[in-house]
Design a protein around this ligand. Structure first.
Ligand code: FES
Length: 165
């Protein structure tokens, strides 16, 4: 994977992906979402520095491209942490106290939803049903689903899910 820390790399990659995608699409405006998905797949996020290059290639304004990036919850302008903590806020989990679990996770990590810890270890996200309703409230940490999570236990579970350096 290219080093995403340089603007030159970001812009070059964005142009390459834009050109490749445009070849398969007749309508440049219809190409925006596939291009954004391709960039995020390749780089792990859509850095704001690539937006001007994408906008230029598609003859759109930077504001139009930025608006699309920020409209869709699945697009990110910052990379995710090495482990992602999903707290379920759907009905069953809400009824059994997931708001308090979420507050405890926020306090433990020192970030709000969609935030990433300063060391890049964790990103906290909300989710609406993990398919584990019978064991609400549920939390998924690094792909592992945990049920009947209490506010007092979530910090320990998060630390057990710490990945990488
Ligand atoms: S409502 Fe939380 S797992 Fe289904």
């Amino acid at each position: 994977m290219p080093d995403p820390d340089t603007d030159a790399t970001r812009s070059a990659l964005a142009l390459k992906l834009a050109d490749a995608t445009l070849e398969t699409l007749r309508d440049p405006r219809g190409a925006l979402l596939p291009i954004l998905h391709a960039i995020q797949e390749e780089m792990g996020c859509i850095p704001e520095s690539v937006i001007p290059a994408v906008a230029e290639r598609l003859n759109l304004t930077r504001a139009e491209v930025y608006g699309v990036v920020t409209f869709y919850a699945d697009f990110r302008t910052e990379p995710l942490g090495r482990s992602v903590v999903h707290v379920c806020l759907a009905e069953s989990c809400q009824a059994l106290g997931s708001a308090a679990v979420a507050d405890a996770a926020k306090a433990h990590l020192g970030v709000d939803f969609e935030g990433t810890t300063a060391d890049g270890a964790f990103t906290l996200r909300k989710v609406y049903c993990l398919g584990n309703c019978a064991l609400s409230p549920s939390v998924m940490i690094g792909g592992d689903v945990h049920g009947r999570v209490s506010p007092g236990a979530v910090g320990e579970l998060i630390e057990a899910g710490r990945a990488g350096p």
